[in-house]
Design a binder for this molecule. Structure first.
Ligand code: ADP
Ligand code: MG
Length: 452
């Protein structure tokens, strides 16, 4: 039995651990772990959620072990999550262990917390442009691994592919809580794989992916030309496929146009069900706007929704952005929304929106100038205000003005997680409704960036 660590030993342990990681990682992942002591004197670190726990286990286990054995005299360290339900979520770590036990294929799935709550089937408007993709996603969610395997959904940015992947994940989880669901972007898949290689721990990576029942892989075009990861994915895919597990893949183009994708992988994709999402027609755009308008702080008259549906056409994300601008302006100026106002508010956006592609560099540059900050601060670890707010605004602009994915935006801002980006977007959206300064700032920046 181990002696209880003293407070000083704890402090040393924390410092040792902190010195092994970047400040962002420290703040995001390790600092929130709460130390607890168990009756038998061993040490337990409690993460705020299952997702957090999983992440820490996957990424920082060896750091924790090393720091613990250096400062706490090799006690037994347990990792647990606050909402942990039972003991099979608790893992014993002896410092000699080099990797976590891979979970057996039949392990109960933890909540699919890496899914975005908002992206559910009930919030997805079905129209001719996406009816088939929607039905297919629904069918695989109901009977994963049954008929349409893999399901491959392709189409250009902002047409709802990510939304459908998440919705399938939620639905499977609701119907089959025992199935392991994993949503991952192709970038994440690659970086976890590279991480495994770096830590000479690719078995853990393989195990992790091969024990999934429903794998949702977003933006597979990212794998193009990356041979090693294609090879790895090919094996992962075959393994899941042969075990009757479901794979859902999204891409911004048809598999035939994934140029450097190996023929054998391309033909695997074509074994399953191939479906596209198209730009929505005007009725579908209108229905999406109506759905969004239900959450607006005040009623949005039908002619305003019509106007937006008529003028913003190629991308659903832009539709949502246009509506937010109108409702935000109205609540700030305490006016009811009417068509004249909507036309005023949107006038700079509509004729120009196709004219120019804004880059993330320009957004970061313009935002840091506007707040009188250095670029390195905006993309750095500090969370003090008003810096953190400026960063959230820049993230919002990235989402509004570019096609970049959430994880990509997160990475550009100092390696932040996609959930941090979602939080930033929601925060700015709600602040725009209540804070005149933020509203003006966002509009001025957006205006300048589009015109530059
Ligand atoms: P993609 O992954 O194809 O680029 P997303 O899934 O990120 O597109 O969709 C962009 C935005 O549009 C998201 O906020 C999403 O919720 C919304 N959206 C897309 N399609 C629909 C739809 N059919 N109904 C409601 N919202 C939608
Ligand atoms: Mg997407």
């Amino acid at each position: 039995m181990e002696a209880q660590p003293t407070p000083e030993a704890w402090e040393e342990f924390r410092e040792a651990l902190r010195s092994t990681v970047t400040p962002v990682t420290w703040q995001t992942w390790l600092e929130p772990l709460e130390p607890h002591r168990t009756p038998d004197g061993s040490v337990r670190l409690v993460a705020p959620s299952q997702f957090h726990l999983r992440w820490v286990r996957e990424k920082h286990l060896s750091n924790i072990e090393t720091a613990a054995s250096a400062t706490l005299g090799s006690p037994t360290v347990m990792l647990d999550a606050r909402e942990g339900r039972d003991d099979d979520h608790v893992e014993e770590l002896a410092p000699e262990d080099h990797e976590p036990e891979p979970s057996p294929p039949s392990a109960p799935a933890s909540d699919p917390v890496d899914l975005v709550k908002k992206y559910q089937f009930e919030n997805f408007v079905v129209g001719p442009s996406n009816r088939f993709a929607h039905a297919a996603a629904m069918a695989v969610a109901e009977k994963p691994g049954n008929r349409y395997n893999p399901l491959f959904i392709y189409g250009s940015a902002g047409l709802g592919k990510t939304h459908l992947l998440h919705a399938a994940g939620h639905h499977t989880h609701d119907l089959h809580p025992d199935r392991a669901v994993r949503y991952v972007t192709s970038e994440q898949f690659l970086s976890e794989f590279i991480d495994g290689i770096r830590r000479k721990n690719t078995d853990a990576f393989k195990q992790r992916y091969r024990s999934i029942d429903l794998l949702l892989l977003d933006d597979v075009q990212f794998f193009q030309g990356k041979e090693q990861i294609l090879e790895e994915f090919f094996h992962t895919f075959n393994h899941l496929y042969e075990a009757g597990k479901q794979v859902v893949i999204s891409s911004d183009r048809h598999p035939k146009l994934l140029d450097t994708l190996e023929a054998r992988l391309r033909s695997r994709f074509e074994w399953g069900l191939l479906t596209d999402v198209q730009p929505p027609d005007v009725e579908t755009r209108l229905a999406i706007l109506r759905l969004n308008a239900e959450f607006a702080p005040q009623p949005v008259p039908a002619p305003v929704l019509d106007f937006i549906a008529q003028h913003v056409s190629d991308n659903i994300r832009e539709l949502e952005g246009a509506l937010t601008r109108v409702t935000a302006y109205a609540s700030l100026t305490a006016q009811p929304i009417d068509l004249g106002m909507a036309m005023d508010v949107l006038q700079d956006l509509i004729p120009e929106k196709v004219s120019r592609a804004v880059t993330i560099r320009e957004i970061i540059q313009a935002t840091s100038e506007s707040f009188d900050l250095d670029i390195s601060e905006l993309t750095g670890p500090s969370r003090r205000q008003p810096l953190a707010r400026a960063r959230q605004i820049a993230m919002y602009l990235c989402r509004d003005l570019t096609d970049l994915s959430l994880p990509k935006i997160g990475r550009e801002f100092g390696g932040r997680d996609h959930t941090t980006v979602i939080h930033a977007l929601e925060r700015v959206k709600s602040l725009m409704q209540s804070d005149q300064d933020i509203f003006d700032r966002v509009n001025a920046l957006s205006h300048t960036l589009r015109k530059t």
